[in-house]
Design a binder for this molecule. Sequence first.
Ligand SMILES: Cc1ncc(COP(=O)(O)O)c(C=O)c1O
Length: 390
Amino acid sequence: MKLSALVDRISGEGADAWLTHYAAQAAVARGESAVVLSVGDPDLDTPVAVVDRAIEALRGGDTHYTSAGGRDTLRAAIADLHTRRTGQHVEANQVAVLSGAQNALFVASLCLGGAGDEVIALDPMYTTYPATMEVCGAKLVRVQQRADQDFRFNAQAFREAVSPRTRVALITTPNNPTGVTLTADDWAVIGELAEKHDFWIVADEVYAGIAQHGHVPGVAATLSHRVITVGSLSKSHAMTGWRVGWLVAPREVIVAVEALTLCMLFGLPGFIQEAAVKAIGMSDMAENTMRQYCTQRAQLMASLLSDLPNIQFKLPDAGMFLLLDVRQTGLSSGDFMRGLYAQEKVSVVDGAAFGRATEGFVRLSFATTPELIREGCLRIRRFCAGLSHS
Ligand SMILES: Cc1ncc(COP(=O)(O)O)c(C=O)c1O
């Protein structure tokens, strides 16, 4: 039977890059000694007080329908967190609670774009972006960041990408996979173009809470009428599986989002929202813990890979990933990923899955235990040594 045209738009390019990740996960589940360095899901537990709050709410019977856009207490807590991070003062009714940042990005796409529109995004980009931005019928326009500029914001390429059809610029800061954080100067270019050509800015800031000082430069405070900020508890609070995310936007957008959530999500479970309020109340502690965790593990991984003759890398500004430049190994990044898994059972992600700019790079997550980082790096070293002898 025929499926819809939308299904074609969402059946992701780059899906092959995840086959190695799935194989490694399945191997671990079978008790084999695979090392998964392919996902940004920290091995930290959710703070006990947050879990306790969820259980308490569940036992208290908080198992009924909730309002579509989120409970007022949670919206107010998110508004407060957002104000502290961005300097933009917002009310609770400018927040919509959604099922993770991924859901918020999907909702933003459906509420902002449509056939004939273009959405600009920085390449390399998070792997779900193409399908998420094109699901609404818009065309994704990739702005190449350059490897020889350490994937820093490419202002000229951004300028050239803007057209009369530009409807949205989707900006990820800090970026996944590069770890690059945009500077105030970068934002000045984006903001000026957005004002001149009248397009929306969607700022995906899921890693902002774990950046240095817990925030990153942005234009939410100065261009509040056209900025939509996407965030979640996944990364900053070690709560990936809770699926709590949000979108902060002008009220007119939130009204549209509420209408969409009514026919799509119908609100997050109440006990999850109660736990989220608790988690946000503990943000300083949770973010400090995660920041230290990331710094220590990034340094550990870097120290274990630093003297490999055919591999280069730089530490990220923030985030959970190290990008290894494997171009001098003589392998494509796809072959490096597959060869490393076949020989050493270590899963990494082929940079090509994130876009053209990161072909020749592989992404390693350091959001795992020090033991697994050590074991994974030892195996990577053995694999690379084998390459230089062959
Ligand atoms: C840049 C970026 N945006 C969004 C997401 C989705 O996060 P969430 O778990 O909040 O849906 C991720 C997850 O890795 C990400 O890296």
